[in-house]
Design a protein around this ligand. Structure first.
Ligand code: UT7
Length: 331
């Protein structure tokens, strides 16, 4: 019997309706469309305005989109991994709630948090469950309501992030398609540069932490940029080298959408031309755990069975890595 590999067999996505443009941000903080566009590549992002809805809402819509588009019976799903940096609540699993809401009554479910690399790491985790032969249908959801942790008076962060969700289904494949290799890294130095200081066990919430705006994302952009550029390019080049992939063997670069300049630098290092780089940062900004599945969903009809995809991400922690995956279907 051929070795079992873990293939993506379906994708889905959801973004909220409300659009926050660069022009609207000009009225909120001291910034301008030209600066945001040239420094980041972002033109607009989506925001979940309803104060009574959390990240689970985004993830549930993305999962339902996948299920309905592909006629999947949710009762057959074995496991749901919910990749997010903005769970609905601490302690109570967002994944467990999501599983119940979509009718995945036979699944177990949990959250996986690795900042902007949450989805990439979750792909690795999901693939491992499939490769062992223990589970047949693993749903990975990447969703973040970044607007819930962004300070809209801080121009260094509020121009970057947006809300959104994507979902992919992993299933066993015996044709050699699916996840081929991964190279995942982390370095704790990152917590000095990108963090929410309060609300965790180190600095529990207090009147003081709220007054000091310590429940919002703080980023030393310049330093994060420096680490992101070199590390994302390094791991992508490494995965190509390890798998004897030349630039012409790579069909698509699927990179975390944090900054167009970081993605361009990664593509350049790999020798991959612009037309093979999936990009939607201009429309959504950085949606953290949702960037990779949103790319797959937006560009699903371009992906062909057998295509070589190189995924790359970099995020808080620091956490980063690259995955080489062979696409398994034509849509
Ligand atoms: O997904 C998780 C990982 N995160 C990332 O990968 C993000 C990495 N970092 C970045 O993408 C970039 O560092 C930013 C987009 C956040 C910032 O771009 P930058 O080119 O690194 O700008 P900077 O922070 O060095 O700031 C340059 C100038 C500064 O002014 P001075 O000191 O040169 O006078 C800033 O005060 O731009 C100013 N500035 C702004 N100006 C207009 C900073 N933010 C803004 C703004 N609008 N929104």
């Amino acid at each position: 019997m051929n070795k079992i590999s873990a293939a993506i067999t379906a994708v889905g996505s959801y973004v909220p309706d409300h659009v926050l443009t660069n022009q609207m941000l000009e009225d909120m903080v001291d910034t301008n469309d030209e600066w945001i566009t040239t420094r980041t590549g972002i033109k607009e992002r989506r925001i979940l305005k309803d104060p009574n809805k959390g990240t689970s809402y985004l993830g549930i819509q993305a999962a339902k989109n996948l299920i309905e588009k592909n006629n999947i019976n949710p009762e057959e799903i074995d496991l749901i991994i919910f990749a997010t940096a903005t769970p609905d609540m601490l302690v109570a699993s967002t994944g467990a709630y999501t599983a119940s809401e979509i009718g995945a009554v036979n699944a177990f479910s949990y959250d996986l948090q690795a900042a902007c690399s949450s989805f990439l790491y979750a792909m690795s985790t999901a693939a491992s469950y499939i490769e062992t032969g223990r589970y047949k249908k693993v749903l990975v959801i990447g969703a973040d309501k970044m607007s819930s942790i962004i300070d809209y008076t801080d121009r260094a962060t509020c121009i970057i992030f947006g809300d959104g969700a994507g979902a992919v289904l992993f299933e066993p494949n015996q044709e050699g398609l699916g996840l081929q290799d991964e190279y995942l890294r982390s370095d704790g130095i990152g917590r000095n540069f990108l963090k929410i200081e309060a609300g965790g066990s180190l600095l529990p919430p207090s009147e003081e932490t709220v007054a000091n705006r310590q429940h919002f994302v703080h980023q030393d952009g310049k330093n994060v940029f420096k680490y992101a550029v070199s590390n994302m390019a390094d791991v992508s080049a490494k995965i190509m080298e390890r798998n004897n992939l030349s630039d012409s063997d790579v069909n698509w670069l699927v990179a975390h959408q944090a900054n167009k300049r970081i993605i361009d630098a990664t593509a350049k290092r790999m020798g991959v031309p612009e037309e093979k780089v999936l990009m939607n940062i201009q429309r959504y900004g950085n949606t953290t755990s949702a960037t990779l599945p949103l790319l797959l969903s937006d560009f699903e009809n371009k992906l062909k069975k057998g295509d070589n995809l190189v995924f790359a991400s970099f995020g808080g922690g620091f956490t980063w890595g690259s995955i080489y995956l062979k696409w398994a279907y034509n849509s």
